[in-house]
Design a protein around this ligand. Structure first.
Ligand code: SF4
Length: 372
């Protein structure tokens, strides 16, 4: 099957943002699927329930899918009593990004991440900034044909330290991500999972065998908000954080502060206390500024003072590295948690200075947590 897929041929880059400008090689839009299709692969986690009905085991929605139907993320289809992903080797977006854009500030700063997405998501966030690709399916987007081995060779060719599965929800192209990651790992290329953390434990543990870092969203610390804003639940997300921590995966936690939804300082305080108690004090926490998007265009942008208040709450709870995303200067400095020396200085995504030596502050020799 794989040899019948067309090879990716030519790449150029935008001079200003370094986005890859590929000629659209393949516009894939069709009715129905066959297991023989190049972008269809049997799902790695599912069970058969009888009567040709299957249950997906990738994420906590645990969709029961009858023949001819799809799961909630639109990327898993029941074809003849088996569950298939239809999001394999058909990314709709491929870029080379600074790793700081993921955002990961303590993971090989100043390096490039080969970044890709396949359409689809298992959440339906009212504020989604990438809804054009997340709230649709891979048969509705214009895609490239890029096999896992080609992704790895392109990442290497463009001198990328890592490959990031990002922009949409990587869990919904789980099989493609795992296959690329396994190959990349063998080549010494790191793998970054950018995610809402809504994944079942067996799939997560399989993923942890091949990834190195995660940029994970903790949307709020309220199950009600998860249900109303995102279409999920809090508890499985918290389990994901604990597993990543136990498995030694570097992570940075993203919390988008949305007016009237996730700007309650009492809930933010509880969230920070949970992080400190369960994950420790050294994973960076990014409070990100909301701008009106998608179904929340009636809300104002988050006032910067609210983000600063959240940062103060998190710092008081004991977190060592708290950043403000989408705020000018919010990520400009990484300080030593002990002597407060500036160990990394940035302007936007550019590293101006990095004084960390052997993972330590050059002044007081305190370890700065991260991968350097
Ligand atoms: S990955 Fe998709 S099909 Fe599978 S359980 Fe989650 S939403 Fe349902």
């Amino acid at each position: 099957m794989e040899t019948s897929r067309r090879e990716f041929i030519k790449t150029t880059f935008c001079a200003t943002c370094s986005a890859m400008l590929f000629p659209w090689e393949h516009a894939w839009a069709k009715e129905g699927f066959s297991p023989a299709d190049a972008h269809v692969k049997e799902a790695y986690f599912y069970s058969k329930l009888g009567d040709n009905t299957v249950q997906c085991g990738t994420c906590p929605h645990e969709c029961v899918v009858t023949p001819g139907k799809r799961g909630r993320c639109r990327t898993k289809a029941n074809i003849g009593g088996k569950l298939y992903t239809i999001s394999y080797a058909n990314p709709c977006t491929v870029h080379v990004d600074p790793v700081e854009k993921k955002p990961l500030l303590h993971f090989y700063p100043g390096t490039k991440a080969f970044s890709l997405a396949v359409a689809g998501c298992n959440f339906h966030c009212l504020n989604c900034q990438n809804w054009e690709i997340s709230q649709t399916s891979p048969d509705k987007t214009r895609n490239y044909n890029i096999l896992p081995e080609k992704i790895v060779s392109m990442a290497s060719e463009y001198n990328c330290k890592s490959i990031a599965y990002t922009y949409s929800e990587a869990t919904t192209f789980f099989e493609y991500m795992v296959d690329i990651s396994g190959r990349a790992k063998k080549e010494g290329i790191k793998n970054i999972w950018v995610s809402n953390a809504y994944i079942r434990q067996p799939a997560l543990k399989r993923l942890c065998e091949v990834i190195d870092a995660a940029s994970v969203n903790l949307k709020s610390f309220s199950d009600k908000i998860y249900r109303d804003l995102n279409g999920g639940h809090l508890e499985p997300v918290l389990e994901t954080f604990k597993t990543l921590h136990e498995r030694g995966i570097w992570m940075e936690i993203i919390n988008l502060v949305i007016p009237t939804y996730t700007d309650d300082m009492e809930i933010i305080k509880k969230m920070c206390a949970w992080i400190v108690e369960n994950l420790g004090t050294s994973y960076p926490l990014h409070f990100s500024r909301f701008f009106p998007q998608y179904k929340l265009v009636h809300l104002p942008p988050t006032p910067v003072e609210v983000l600063e208040q959240a940062k103060e709450v998190a710092t008081k709870e004991g977190l060592h590295h708290v950043y403000l995303g989408n705020v000018a200067g919010g990520c400009d400095k990484t300080l030593c948690p002990n002597c407060k020396e500036t160990v990394i200085e940035r302007r936007g995504y550019t590293i101006l200075t990095n004084k960390i030596e052997d993972g330590k502050c050059p002044s007081c020799k305190t370890s700065i947590n991260g991968r350097w």
